[in-house]
Write a protein that binds this ligand. Structure first.
Ligand SMILES: Nc1ncnc2c1ncn2[C@@H]1O[C@H](COP(=O)(O)OP(=O)(O)OP(=O)(O)O)[C@@H](O)[C@H]1O
Ligand SMILES: [Mg+2]
Length: 504
């Protein structure tokens, strides 16, 4: 049989790289992708350096990892340096053999990698403009000798700061950063650049929090930005005493262990306003609920229920950590940016089962608060009535304050008072309240009763009961179980005693 003609048809480098620039990296995900490489190279310190450089901004990631020999570096510069099908070591954060190149070109047009291994330095560069100008469609990689490195001002500065005194390490340098809007004033451009890097910082503090603050017995990695160390941001607020850690679940998928650790974050009453806000994040609690998937302890996806359940107001404090190994990458459909992944059906089934169990715990935090209307006060001011699938709230007509006032009024006025209370109940602005409570519960003011506000209320009730000196033990215990006195028992007791009630 005649064989078909075979042609060698490599992709046009300029066109291919240009297309890869737009696969959806943000500067945050691009920097994180390079940090993955430094972490896998067993670095103990990684510094993200950047400078506006009078409108010629550059950014570099310098690590003290194991570095690369020249042949390794040349191989690493290739697009598709390793196949995703290749088996990787369990600690490898890479998968596609693309990240260093695609992440870099998503932000800049000139990538230089300078690496040192066993005291020997090697340097390679890709320049998009040179590649575009090359009409032969060749992948022309620049290989720089020590003299050329010394002639590049930024590169030589970074070499002497990070590599010359180290046995090994790598500097990845982005120049010709061109993702900043040039149609605005130069001052604004600089401000935008700095703001972007402040966002990068936050992103890294979250994505690598388990490297920055490792489990006991493990060595951490210092990550810095312009020499300023990052601080781990743990989205579960694990160190807070009022975060609830629910039982961990583990299951096997293709013989590999997946562990699922749910947490209920503290209700806003259990932490300071600042702390509550800090863990809300920019998108707020409701949006941040859900699964947080870690691949080799590196966060890849956050705050999603994978459409297994909706993001409900009542489950907004629920965040669930999932740990997956890199051997399950093919099932999760991890993308090059390490920013999206989807659970395969077998795992989704397990997750559905776990959600059904833990959803109740998340909701309990709120249900318990709702139930408090009747729980802490024996005689509440408001009552929650649930029947036939509907719920409504009503003012407690048996509250002694109301009873005292109503019994002191002529019938017609007592009826009017009852009408007024019905009006208050029916016109309660529940939509506005729900909105405020859902978006910023910590801003809702809770009434504080001091002596001045309690005395007139006590006077009305106690007068109707025959005066302070006539109170018996039962009256007093009723009062102390009645709202609002039940919330300020000590103060109420003090007032009663100062007014001549016998407390023994
Ligand atoms: N900082 C570094 N220190 C040592 N080796 C590195 C460093 N950065 C990259 N490498 C080497 O270069 C190779 C290519 O990196 P690249 O990020 O392009 O792909 P990857 O990490 O293998 O996979 P992925 O595309 O998923 O990131 C790596 O596999 C690693 O061997
Ligand atoms: Mg990589």
């Amino acid at each position: 049989m005649p064989k078909p003609r075979v042609l060698d048809l490599p992709p046009s480098p300029a066109a291919l790289i240009q297309s890869l620039r737009d696969i959806g990296y943000s500067i945050e995900t691009a920097v994180a992708d390079l940090i993955d490489n430094s972490l896998f190279a067993t670095s103990s310190e990684i510094d993200v350096r950047f400078s506006w450089n009078a409108g010629q901004p550059w950014l570099a990631i310098a690590d003290d990892g194991h570095g690369m020999h020249e042949d390794e570096l040349i191989a690493a510069m290739r697009f598709g340096s390793k196949s995703p099908l290749e088996r990787r070591s369990p600690a490898d954060l890479g998968r596609f053999g693309l990240g260093m190149k695609t992440a870099s070109f998503s932000q800049c047009r000139h990538l230089t990698v300078l690496s040192r291994k066993a005291g020997v330095q090697s340097c390679c560069e890709w320049d998009l403009d040179t590649i575009a100008a090359n009409t032969d469609h060749e992948w022309s990689l620049g290989v720089l000798g020590p003299g050329e490195v010394a002639r590049r001002p930024v590169l030589s500065l970074l070499a002497s700061k990070y590599l010359d005194k180290r046995e090994s390490g790598t500097v990845v340098l982005w120049e010709k950063i061109d993702r900043i809007d040039r149609d605005i004033s130069v001052e604004r451009q600089e401000a935008v650049f700095n703001k972007l890097l402040a966002d990068v910082r936050k992103h890294l503090e979250l994505v690598f929090h388990r490297y920055l603050s490792p489990d006991r017995g493990h060595k951490g990695t210092r990550i810095l930005m312009n020499e300023d160390p990052l601080a781990a941001f743990d989205p579960f607020n694990f160190r807070c005493a009022t975060t609830v850690e629910l039982p961990e679940e583990q299951f096997l998928c293709e013989g590999e262990r997946v562990s699922v650790q749910p947490y209920v974050l503290p209700h806003h009453n259990k932490v300071s306003q600042d702390e509550y806000k800090k863990f809300a994040g920019i998108s707020g609690y409701r949006d941040s609920q859900g699964f947080y998937v870690y691949r080799n302890k590196r966060l890849i996806i956050r705050g999603t229920w994978f459409r297994l359940i909706p993001k409900d107001e009542l489950t907004k404090l629920l965040r669930v950590r999932i740990d997956i190994p890199n051997t399950l990458d093919h099932l999760w459909r991890i993308d090059v940016k390490k920013a999206t992944a989807f659970p395969p059906e077998s795992i989704a089934t397990e997750l559905r089962r776990i959600i059904a169990k833990i959803e109740i715990s998340g909701k309990k935090v709120y249900r318990q608060r709702g139930a408090k209307i009747g729980d802490s006060a024996v005689v509440p001011a408001w009552q929650r009535r649930a029947s036939g699938g509907t719920v409504h709230y009503e003012i407690n007509r048996d509250h002694p304050l109301l009873e005292s006032i109503q019994s002191s009024l002529p019938d017609q006025q007592a009826n009017t008072l009852d009408e007024l209370m019905s009006l208050i109940e029916r016109s309660f602005p529940s939509d506005a309240f729900f909105h405020d409570f859902a978006s910023a519960p910590e801003q809702i003011e809770r009434p504080v009763y001091d002596e001045k506000s309690l005395i007139p209320l006590l006077d009305i009730i106690v007068t109707a009961w025959g005066g302070y000196s006539g109170l018996n033990g039962e009256n007093i215990s009723d009062l102390l179980g009645t709202e609002p006195f039940c919330h300020s028992r000590e103060l109420t007791t003090k007032i009663l005693s100062s007014k001549g009630a016998r407390l023994d």
